[in-house]
Write a protein that binds this ligand. Sequence first.
Ligand SMILES: Cc1ncc(C[n+]2csc(CCOP(=O)(O)OP(=O)(O)O)c2C)c(N)n1
Ligand code: SF4
Ligand SMILES: [Mg+2]
Length: 305
Amino acid sequence: MVTLRQLQVIEKETKVVRKGNLACPGCQLNLSLRHALAALENKAIVVVPACCTSVIQGLGDGYGLNVPIFNCAFASAASVASGIARMMKRRDPDVTVVCWAGDGGTADIGLATVSGAAERDEDIIYIMYDNEGYQNTGAQKSGSTPRGAKTTTTVSGKPRRKKSVARMMIANDVAYVATATAAYPQDLFDKVARAAKEFRGHFRFIQVFSPCPPGWDADSRYMVELGKLAVQTGYWPLYEYVNGQFILSKNSQKFRDPSRRKPIEDYVTLQGRFKNVTPELIEGLKHDIEDEWKWIELMIQKSQM
Ligand SMILES: Cc1ncc(C[n+]2csc(CCOP(=O)(O)OP(=O)(O)O)c2C)c(N)n1
Ligand code: SF4
Ligand SMILES: [Mg+2]
């Protein structure tokens, strides 16, 4: 695993994400971008549909990100990235083509093209940063919003569970699938580096949990803590799916034992989006976490067969 010191040096050298860009204070998408793109050694082309990243990148020639960026319409992102990857294979095969899209752009609006690119095994890394809502347009619900969370379109709390795109990708049996979060930067960096180096030539999917202060009605000072609590409560398990094998990541291993998980209340009480929602919804959220871990146990068992 990369050390924190090494990561700091790499980020300083690559300078992929510039300081003073347009991200809100505490934005974990901004940190996710920094740690993930640093792993690509300035050899990436990034395809970005409409989302907060297209604001962070800046206007005109861009000043927030130091990478070539192609902005495209929402639903086309994975197709556009596929086309660029096929062209780059001839022109400069060292370049990694990344599709960097939000959860709304991935779980909902762009799902058809993501699914198509996965099935065709296109040579791209698809990174879905997951801030659990359409945050750029004022915190509407997305398919990836969790049960219980209030958004401007679910004012009493979302009544249904979060859609898992990572699980859909595993069901598609793509070469590399992982979950990550900026709160564990070394793990995030290593997963992107691994996807880029070991699985070049194939479709790779990484879902990066990215807390968002305004969208979650939470204080920016708690953002890294929320990323850690998401892992420590079992809400956001970190894993990889590699060549058909499911691997629970080091930072999530001890939470296989439910008694070692922190209570979900520690996580939800730091966020206004879960305030004053019914106890049934919070119970439902706990049930969703248990259900996710039952699936993880099945995946581990299957991998050991
Ligand atoms: C086809 C289309 N529909 C709607 C919009 C308006 N729009 C721009 S950004 C955005 C939110 C995107 O949400 P997500 O993909 O989760 O990214 P986030 O804003 O959370 O970073 C929406 C709905 C658009 N630009 N194009
Ligand atoms: S709205 Fe959320 S995701 Fe978007 S820039 Fe602000 S903190 Fe980041
Ligand atoms: Mg979003």
